[in-house]
Design a binder for this molecule. Sequence first.
Ligand code: 13P
Length: 266
Amino acid sequence: MSRKPIIAGNWKMNLLKSQAKELFEGIKDYVKDYSAKELPTIVVAPVFTSLDVVETVACNCGCGGNKISIAAQNCHWENSGAYTGEVSVEMLKDAGCSYVIIGHSERRQYFSETDEMINKKAKAILAGGLIPIICCGETLEQREAGVTDSHIASQIKAALSGLSNDEIAKSVIAYEPIWAIGTGKTCDADEANRVIAMIRKTVESVSSSQAADSIRILYGGSVKPGTIAEQMSKSDIDGALVGGASLKADSFNEIIANTMKVACNV
Ligand code: 13P
């Protein structure tokens, strides 16, 4: 089964509106000369307050903007109501999003997000017609204690609980070892591929071989233009969730270019 690669930029809490617009335009300018078949699925995740400006630039006029999908970095599972400070899936859809990142380690660590909350979010996102990018990953302590696989398998089982096989098949998972995030220490590509293959087996154990074959599983953690080709050459790595290197059009575009050299045309 050939899965279309995804290159997703998680902008985290960075960039003012004008900067987000400039970055989006820099990516758009690069992708306009390639067909959708040549390109990976490209996703960018700005902060909530920049979703609108990015959606406006992502027009459908053939300028390339429609080749970039927009993600939110979080959502609430209820549609509306007394949840001060939260944003619902329906609102994100209204703002032009087609993906939502959930369960990022920074949200688990700083905002006490639990597996149960992540599961509720995944259900709401899929029910609303959007695609969840479900993050998982181990701390350095967990890796050193030899519990990487059991920890990640339990995160994945909890996140996917109660989803149908079709819903699982269209979801995206991002394996982000916490010790590799923002540290410049990339996980060895063979090891990342091993963990991702283990995640795929875990997905199969709670769904079907078809769903496990279809679901796209990304690697994240200090991905750079110089690391992506090797990562993309591995059997189970379907793309990347990029933090720091997604904040400059030059480096993000180079990651897209290097992905196309080894793994596109799907
Ligand atoms: P870095 O690419 O900056 O390590 O961040 C990875 C990440 O957390 C993406 O979600």
